[in-house]
Design a protein around this ligand. Structure first.
Ligand code: B12
Ligand code: SF4
Length: 527
């Protein structure tokens, strides 16, 4: 069957996003998962229509970023859908915190076209597949884990080629019964996956909106406005208690070859003038040799780019040589998954399987090789004592003072399926309902768990205290940088006369958090 001729387009949708009313940064980013699903469907001969609810179309001039809403309204979505003829739709449900809009989206689709089949995929759908299919009749099939192989089988089955019960990795309703098939095997031959179908979205509008609202980079390094998130591997063999990645992408680390990654980057540079890459892998450096080959390829192919690792990398995989190559290839910052400043917590509570010495060593080497570093910490994991929580804050401050490694501290949130969640339920630590609002506040405002050692108020106070200390510390770091580096001093003076006052804040923070990357720009005459 020639599927492009015979079929209506398969409609793929990312619903609009909601954020807390007081949150001042939304995030504009490509719907990476759906772009992969699109490209595989197209390769199999299906027509695809991708609607990104976060990205308004050209003629839409009102973006709702003000209060707690980002993207197009459901009213407008309905208008857009009125002309689309579809029988099968797929919605992505990446985050638990965003799930209410996913349901609204599915209800809207069923209202417009009661006979359509709605597939749901993504991390949240994978972890909560049973609950989703049981509680929401608007969803027909949940696709668990990575979707490339499964979606083709499901779409074929809906059209009469094969049957759902033979397909691994799905959950669906059959005559009122919930059927959960065996888990699908993870994709090992990752290079067989086509590049995401970037041609289905208007990349220029993503760059434009990222520049206007918020991009993945907080600072304006050369090329920052043309940034793209890249995933070069999937899965993670570690068992951190707060992380749900293995439920969704598995414990086996699977990866694209360096050639594939470099070709992907060059494709983006050539077709869309991409200049900045955010490597978003869960474990980008799991195989340091592979990572090194990617960096060598960037040098050999003379890629004029900047890049960072905003999702965090493991410190125990980074050597001096690798860090030198990071600096050489335009790295603006490496974020380290430090998690705690207490070894017992790392070992027994979070189970990260890293050593604090490794984190300190890498931060110190990075400083010497002129790579800016950040670190993620998490406090409030059950099992942690109040003293240990305070020690993590002390450690985060020490990392800033000694190594310019800037930590951000989050509160442990009980993501469904994680050991933190299971433990919280078993022991009655969860004191707030798992609503979107509570989860969103839970990450960085007040937490959702209470043990004998801490409660949400305690954690909020710890955070408040940390940020007060940090803001005092930052002033000193700023002064230290401009007093010890003449190029930064002159950059600062020049900016004072040439840059509008509204941008001084950004320059202040750039000098503090990213002085190496800034100096790189100055040296390369890009600032
Ligand atoms: C990059 C990233 C971000 C970026 C997003 C960039 C982007 N363009 O999407 C940013 C910074 C915005 C982000 C933010 C957050 N993130 Co995040 N993020 C990720 C990360 C690391 C990669 C996402 C990605 O691109 N994956 C690669 C693609 C290929 O995978 P995928 O999206 O899952 O898609 C595949 C399948 O799921 C499936 N699929 C997906 N959709 C669909 C739809 C259909 C119809 C079908 C058939 C299949 C299908 O097929 C795809 C191809 O195989 C994931 C972890 C991960 N590895 O996925 C966490 C992850 C998604 N994030 C997570 C979380 C918790 C968050 C935050 C809540 C963190 C916070 N503290 O604030 C926020 C939420 C932001 C919000 N909008 O509200 C959790 C979600 C778990 C959950 N149950 O909620 C994850 C799984 C990480 C984890 N540790 O567990 N994140
Ligand atoms: S936090 Fe990082 S290292 Fe730990 S399991 Fe998740 S992805 Fe792996």
């Amino acid at each position: 069957m020639d599927k492009t001729m015979a079929q209506k387009p398969i409609l793929l949708i990312r619903p609009p996003l909601r954020f807390l009313a007081n949150r001042n940064r939304a995030a504009i980013d490509l719907p990476v998962g759906l772009l992969y699903i699109s490209s595989i469907l197209e390769r199999e001969g299906y027509k695809v229509r991708l609607i990104d609810g976060v990205m308004p179309p050209d003629d839409y001039n009102q973006i709702h970023s003000s209060e707690n809403y980002f993207g197009i309204t459901f009213e407008y979505m309905e208008e857009m859908l009125s002309g689309v003829d579809f029988d099968i739709s797929g919605i992505s449900a990446q985050y638990t915190v965003q799930f209410p809009n996913v349901i609204r989206m599915a209800e809207l689709l069923k209202r417009i076209n009661p006979n359509c089949k709605i597939l749901i995929g993504g991390a949240h759908a994978t972890i909560q597949h049973r609950e989703i299919i049981t509680e929401n009749v608007c969803f027909d099939v949940a696709i668990r884990g990575e979707g490339e192989r499964t979606v083709i089988n499901v779409v074929n089955a809906i059209q009469g080629i094969g049957s759902l019960q033979e397909i691994k990795g799905i959950t669906y309703r059959d005559n009122g019964q919930i059927i959960e098939t065996d888990p699908a095997e993870f994709i090992i031959d990752m290079d067989n996956i086509p590049f995401p179908a970037y041609h289905l979205v208007d990349m220029e509008r993503y760059f434009g909106l990222a520049k206007k609202y918020a991009s993945r980079t907080a600072y304006t390094f050369s090329g920052w406005e043309r940034g793209v998130s890249l995933i070069t591997s999937r899965g993670c063999p570690y068992h951190c208690s707060f992380c749900s990645i293995n439920l969704h992408m598995g414990r086996r680390w699977r990866y694209h070859s360096p050639e594939y990654v470099l070709n992907h980057m060059e494709h983006l540079m050539r077709e869309y003038s991409v200049k900045y890459f955010h490597f978003e892998d869960d474990n980008l450096t799991a195989n340091p040799k592979r990572f090194e080959k990617i960096l060598d390829g960037i040098i050999a192919r003379r890629c004029d780019i900047r890049w960072d690792t905003p999702n965090g990398v493991r410190a125990d995989t980074l050597s001096l040589d690798l860090l030198k190559k990071c600096a050489q290839t335009g790295c603006t910052s490496l974020t380290l998954g430090a998690e705690s400043g207490v070894q017992r917590v790392l070992d027994d509570v979070i189970c990260k399987n890293t050593k604090i010495e490794d984190i300190e060593k890498v931060a110190s080497l990075a400083q010497k090789t002129k790579v800016n570093t950040r670190a993620f910490y998490v406090i409030g994991t059950p099992g942690e004592t109040a003293i240990e929580i305070n020690s993590t804050v002390t450690h985060a401050i020490k990392m800033i003072k000694e190594y310019d490694c800037f930590g951000s501290i989050g509160i442990a949130t009980p993501l469904y399926g994680t050991r933190v969640y299971e433990n919280a339920i078993r022991n009655g630590y969860l004191i707030k309902e798992m609503t979107s609002e509570n989860i969103a506040r839970g990450y960085n405002i007040s937490g959702m768990l209470k043990t004998d050692e801490f409660d949400p108020d305690f954690l909020s106070n710890v955070l408040e205290d940390f940020y007060k200390k940090l803001s005092r510390l930052l002033k000193w770091i700023f002064l230290r940088h401009i007093c010890t580096n003449s190029r930064l001093f002159f950059y600062c003076v020049k900016s004072f006369f040439t840059v509008p006052i509204s941008q001084w804040g950004s320059i202040y923070y750039k000098i503090i958090f990213s002085h190496h990357a800034l100096l790189w720009d100055i040296e390369h005459d890009k600032n």
